[in-house]
Design a protein around this ligand. Structure first.
Ligand SMILES: Nc1ncnc2c1ncn2[C@@H]1O[C@H](COP(=O)(O)OP(=O)(O)OP(=O)(O)O)[C@@H](O)[C@H]1O
Length: 288
């Protein structure tokens, strides 16, 4: 089956820049995947998100090479309105992307822009609110909502357009740890229950790492790793170079490994670490 995202040798220079923001990017994503994209500030994560939804190069000058295909559409040659029905985007700051006063109007906005008939709009609003689990917020004013609730409204507005892919650019950066876990769980549900392909850009990978099968790392405009979080977090040099957040339990087991007392897979979560530690102590006790 044709991959849902296929980035081929993509290079992009912002106007007047001599240094490419992205260089020689090759990335293939199958429909239904949930992958993380991480890397330090300035690595090119947002630029890649903008290339996927066609804002680059359609609304942002600059020079590009290679191509970006989403659901068989070349994003540089496809009108953004057509792409909006295929790929949805959610950004860091919910305030900056919400335009309406009331939740249901926010969801209606994108649908009206795509000239969806009124009855269908009603159905889609109800459906999207239910998918995201915020039906009770339908008539609420956006101003009264918490940051996490606003971000859910932004996700529901994207989902209402029935995209096959959702790209989220650091959607939890303004949220506390509880809000972060909630949003990640919601995205997992949208992926699992509705088959939406998710590309989640995130610097806080401690929360994400145990929940993601695949993590792509960008640095200075290039992909420097594409593997499972466990494989990536095992590479001490790479994580140091990228300044990646290593979960404390993983850091502890790295130390045990360096000391030669642990040889198994690195745990990414506390429960996993506790289990491994139990096994390790049992093993040590049986030897003494
Ligand atoms: N509008 C712009 N004009 C010129 N250069 C830009 C523009 N936006 C980003 N850049 C540059 O492109 C490179 C990649 O930036 P980008 O925002 O994609 O990185 P990022 O990984 O998303 O970083 P952050 O985590 O800080 O959002 C950086 O060197 C940045 O300075």
């Amino acid at each position: 089956m044709e991959p849902i995202i296929k980035v081929e040798n993509f290079t992009f220079y912002y106007p007047d820049s001599q240094v490419p923001a992205l260089a020689g990017i090759n990335l293939t994503v199958r429909e239904g995947e949930f992958l993380g994209l991480t890397g330090p500030a300035g690595a090119g994560k947002t630029t890649l998100a903008l290339a996927l939804n066609g804002i680059i190069p359609n609304f942002q000058g600059g020079r590009m090479g290679g191509r970006v295909m989403v659901a068989g559409l070349d994003t540089a040659k496809t009108p953004c309105a057509r792409l909006a029905g295929v790929i949805g985007s959610v950004f860091q700051d919910p305030e900056a992307q919400l335009v309406a006063e009331v939740v249901e109007d926010e969801l209606a906005f994108g649908l009206e822009n795509l000239a969806v008939p009124r009855e269908e709009i009603e159905r889609r609003i109800g459906g999207a609110l239910e998918m995201v689990g915020i039906t009770s917020l339908r008539h609420r004013s956006l101003r009264e909502l918490s940051g996490g609730q606003k971000q859910k409204v932004a996700i529901a507005a994207a989902v209402a357009l029935r995209p096959r892919v959702l790209v989220l650019d650091e959607p939890t950066s303004e949220l506390d740890p509880r809000g972060t876990v909630e949003i990640v769980a919601l995205l997992q549900r949208l992926n699992r229950d509705y088959g939406i392909t998710i590309l989640l850009i995130e610097q806080k990978i401690s929360v994400l790492a145990p929940r993601l099968p695949r993590l792509v790392c960008l640095n200075k405009g290039r992909i420097v790793a594409d593997a499972s979080p466990r494989q990536i977090l095992a590479q001490e040099k790479l994580t140091a170079e990228l300044g990646l957040e290593v979960p404390p339990v993983t850091a502890l087991f790295r130390m045990l490994r360096r000391a030669g007392v642990y040889h198994g897979d690195l745990p990414l979560e506390v429960d996993e670490g506790r289990r491994e530690l139990g096994l390790l102590l049992g093993h040590q006790a049986s030897r003494t």
